[in-house]
Write a protein that binds this ligand. Structure first.
Ligand code: PNS
Length: 166
């Protein structure tokens, strides 16, 4: 049975991520969605505990999928978790150069971990967590772009932000 890891910031999980998760489960016997604890991105919205909880809720009905967080190098996490394969989503050619670099570096750091790519479905190829957050921060509707669990956390975040202003 092949154990695959789908790593990312997932800040927050959107429908493109969920599509990759669904398709990966058809290929691999076990899938761990691995949330990077400290992505160090300027526009971070959710804590790693929140991002993890969103993923757990959104994948609750899926067999052989679990989610956990990690810190440090992915290559090291692969070693500790004993997983065989790294899964990455590719949306467009613009993702490729960055992903190619990461794949080569990860292979150098951990030759046992094989990187694989799943093409994101065309209908989500334009989607990113950055854009979801941007739209949500303006209070616009993102319900067609994210799963229900993400929507709940976004709404709670909006409510907390409104409370602070008020
Ligand atoms: O969703 P993202 O932000 O594109 O995910 C990027 C992620 C988490 C996969 C990547 O930043 C990562 O693997 N970070 C862990 C640190 C690491 O291993 N860096 C790469 C060294 S080659």
């Amino acid at each position: 049975m092949i154990h695959a890891v789908y790593p990312g910031s997932f800040d927050p999980l959107h429908n493109g991520h969920l599509d990759v998760i669904r398709r990966a489960t058809r290929i691999f016997g076990r899938l761990t969605v691995a949330v990077l604890q400290n992505p160090g991105k300027r526009d971070q919205m959710f804590s790693s505990a929140e991002r993890l909880e969103i993923i757990r809720r959104a994948t609750a009905g899926m067999e052989h999928v679990n989610a956990e967080s990690f810190d440090g190098l992915l290559a090291e996490y692969m070693r500790i978790s004993g997983a065989d394969v790294i899964v990455k989503g590719l949306r467009a050619i613009s993702d490729f150069e960055y992903e190619l670099q990461m794949a080569h570096l990860n292979r150098q750091l951990n030759p046992k971990a094989e990187t694989t790519f799943i093409m994101t479905a065309t209908r989500w190829s334009y989607l990113s967590s950055t854009r979801v957050k941007e739209i949500a921060r303006y209070g616009a509707d993102v319900s067609k772009l994210v799963p229900g669990a993400t929507l709940e956390f976004l709404r709670a975040h909006q409510a907390a932000a409104a409370d602070q202003v008020g």
